[in-house]
Write a protein that binds this ligand. Sequence first.
Ligand SMILES: [Zn+2]
Length: 284
Amino acid sequence: MELVFNTNKYLRKLASVWDLFGPPNSPARLLRAYDARFFGNPFYISAQIYDEMQKMAQSREGIRPLWFAFLDRNISTSKSDKRFTSLTKLVASLEIPMEDENGVLFRRFIKTFKGDFETYEKESAMLVGKIFGFTFPERLDVVLDLRGGVARSGSSLIADPPTIAMHLDKYERSCITLMLHELLHALVRKNKIIRSDKQTPRWLEDAVIEYFVPHAIIDEKLGFIDSFNIDEFEKEREFARPYAAEEFRRLLPHIKEYYKICGKKTIWRFLEEKGFDTFRTNSS
Ligand SMILES: [Zn+2]
């Protein structure tokens, strides 16, 4: 899998805003109940940017064209669009501390990341294949943001071609499994694994993936963590992601059982046999 890193400032700002306001328990969201101007210019502007992005996400063509426009892929289709030009102006006026996109920090990080990924690529591809029934795509686009002293996170921007964002503080091997986490979101959606209807819990996808990467079962198999304590993990995740707590709890006994036969069959087939009817295993 070829990793194509993009450190463009506009993209990083957009992905950061998306990431900041995205989670249902995000403090930024709660602050929206108050007058945004009082929290300073960056908050005021990023709230506006998020609203614009939300409007696009809910439009007929979705938010894909936006990411494409800023990713410099298929620029001609969208860069001239009025919505993008006004959004570009907003993004340009958003002043937040940012690492130089061509700086030594990024160059070093990307070199180390690529080197380590090469070392673990075969094994992680094997695990992703056996557990999820997916093969790695030929190429993965990664919007990479580095921000010191801030929690790390990621998001899946486009399912196909797979495009993700990672916001990282420093390099650790587990950055690789964070990347796998976001890639798995893209692959689950591309392969339409989880039935999408009103009854299907939205956070099931995230909870399933979380049990494997990052800092979880696959990390243990790759030797990134010494041992994986599933009960402690579940408690910590419930706390960090209260919106998905119910899914983590519902999955826990089944993941414990799957852990013992990990990779003998895909997790989708396993859960389907346990009575989860939200998965379509025909692609696994
Ligand atoms: Zn996730």
